[in-house]
Design a protein around this ligand. Structure first.
Ligand SMILES: [Zn+2]
Length: 240
């Protein structure tokens, strides 16, 4: 945007950096650079690959993260999720797409892999009016960042029962941490249809575990989880 146009846009809609609140930028050059330093393109560094245990089926789900949650990246992700800074989808989308593409090389003649966003809670969608993870994926798809063998498919949903239970503890936020939210997946249209689960943040792994189990029950083969950022526990122990 030229200087004159930016001035005009700021006059119409005053803007500030989504991360540091500096005036006149949606994302100032310094914060953009910091975020680019905090997110990685494949090959992802050591410490960005983890496993979420799926004890009920005696499996582990490999999960890769583009970045480590903290500092400018964390502030940008919160602004994207909670402060209507939708344009940040364009900043994040290429990293997610690169991580997904590097871990899934489509084989000719095999069934297409579905890319599945872990749904935001209905409560969160109601508050935000959109699903941040789905919008990052859709943005990447619209920009042609995914090959045609990868199909974004919103096949995972909240169970109605969990929605009711969740509504009674709006403030506690414990549903996510305690893993009490449960998903249901639409039945697989091909046996063992491969699925890559995508979420914004990996914390305890409980959300991805529930999502993976719902997909497993519906007949999918969940091969991988990809998250934008990993929350590192203070002791750096493996995911529990
Ligand atoms: Zn800034």
């Amino acid at each position: 945007m030229s200087f004159g146009l930016r001035e005009l846009a700021n006059f119409l809609v005053p803007t500030s950096c989504a991360v540091c609140s500096r005036a006149d930028f949606r994302l100032c050059p310094e914060c953009r650079t910091e975020i680019q330093h905090q997110l990685f393109l494949p090959p992802l560094p050591d410490g960005h690959h983890h496993y979420v245990e799926l004890p009920l089926i005696a499996q582990q789900l490999p999960v890769s993260s583009c970045g480590i949650y903290g500092r400018e990246l964390a502030r940008a992700m919160l602004a994207f999720k909670n402060k209507q800074r939708y344009f940040l989808a364009a900043v994040f989308a290429p990293y997610l797409a690169a991580a997904i593409n590097s871990s899934c090389i489509p084989q000719p003649g095999t069934v297409a892999t579905y890319i599945v966003a872990v749904p935001s809670s209905l409560k969160a969608v109601g508050k935000r009016g959109y699903s941040p993870v789905a919008s990052m994926l859709e943005h990447g798809m619209a920009r042609g960042l995914y090959p045609s063998e990868l199909v974004i498919r919103p096949l995972l949903h909240y169970r109605a029962r969990s929605v009711l239970a969740g509504a009674q503890k709006l403030k506690s936020g414990s549903a996510r941490r305690g893993g009490q939210e449960h998903f249901i997946a639409e039945r697989a249209d091909a046996p063992g249809r491969p699925v890559i689960l995508v979420d914004d943040v990996l914390t305890t792994g409980a959300t991805l575990r529930h999502a993976a189990m719902a997909c497993h029950k519906a007949g999918y083969s969940v091969t991988l989880g990809i998250v934008l950022a990993l929350t590192k526990p203070p002791n750096h122990e493996p995911e529990q």
